[in-house]
Write a protein that binds this ligand. Structure first.
Ligand code: 13P
Ligand code: ZN
Length: 270
């Protein structure tokens, strides 16, 4: 079957990276059934021929207004689609959508009329903010990492500063690679516009990654592999913490002085 990826090498590479990350999410046990979603702003690779494609479905409402994304193009995971299937067939388990000039609706342009993820309001609200603020980030990832989600079942770790400090203190790399930390969002209905707003507010408060209580994480970065890395690093810290607890002791953690030394040596913001 013909695909918009045919003869578009750079766009194909972006989608291949999405498929690679989807396979990691499945291997890590973070993507049960249809769990998690991915969106990538592929506007830089939308050439004139792609822009001229007629809609194959839509228009549909986004559920939130995204004035900075007018005429932008996104690869989006399909709602109800499995990451393990997307890893092998990304264009059958996701689609390319175009945000319409009203900034309120979208249409599907390729390859198949796969309806976007139910978390589209959160994803597009964040992409809109990234463009508005001049951020270089173009990919967003929501997934269900086991140990990080487990932490949110304890009130103590729903405090962003407490959770971030604990995760940073487990292994030096976590502070180096997630230097703004993990911002906690209290439980809200999945796919709701309230959750979209809270996600955006938390990123804007200057956190690298947002944690949705008893649900999952949401990360943005320059590409989808980098977004995956942020979550992987944070979840590694949660695993170290839980491993120590399973061995029957409270982990000591790096000291404040050791973490301050990291900030100075690597010019970290916090
Ligand atoms: P979708 O299948 O609609 O992407 O939903 C998965 C999910 O994790 C919702 O939070
Ligand atoms: Zn989810």
């Amino acid at each position: 079957m013909a695909s918009v990826l045919d003869s578009r090498e750079a766009l194909s590479q972006q989608i291949a990276q999405v498929a690679e990350v989807a396979s990691y999410l499945w291997q890590k046990g973070w993507a049960e059934r249809n769990g998690g979603n991915i969106t990538v702003n592929v506007t830089p690779w939308a050439d004139d021929a792609l822009r001229a494609l007629p809609a194959i479905a839509g228009p549909f409402p986004i559920g939130t207004e995204v004035p900075n994304l007018k005429d932008s193009y996104f690869y989006v995971k399909g709602t109800g689609k499995r990451m393990r299937d997307l890893a092998r067939r990304p264009m059958e388990n996701g689609a390319i959508i175009r945000v319409l000039p009203d900034g309120l609706s979208y249409e599907i342009v390729a390859d198949n009329p796969v309806m976007p993820t139910s978390e589209l309001p959160s994803h597009l609200a964040v992409h809109d903010w990234l463009i508005r603020t001049g951020s270089p980030c173009r990919a967003s990832l929501h997934t269900h990492p086991i140990e990080l989600v487990a932490l949110t079942h304890n009130r103590k770790w729903m405090d962003s500063d407490a959770a971030t400090r604990m995760l940073w203190s487990m292994i030096p790399e976590t502070k180096a690679f997630c230097p703004k930390g993990l911002g906690m969002v209290p439980y809200m209905l999945p796919s709701s516009t309230a959750l979209a707003k809270a996600t955006l507010d938390t990123l804007a408060k200057d956190y690298d990654v947002v944690m949705w209580e008893k649900h999952g994480v949401f990360a943005v970065d320059v590409d989808i592999m980098a977004a995956f890395d942020q979550i992987d690093v944070l979840n590694k810290s949660a695993q170290i913490y839980l491993s120590a607890k399973a061995m029957g002791f409270e982990p000591e953690g790096m000291t404040d002085a050791q973490m301050k030394e990291m900030s100075v040596a690597f010019h970290l913001p916090k």
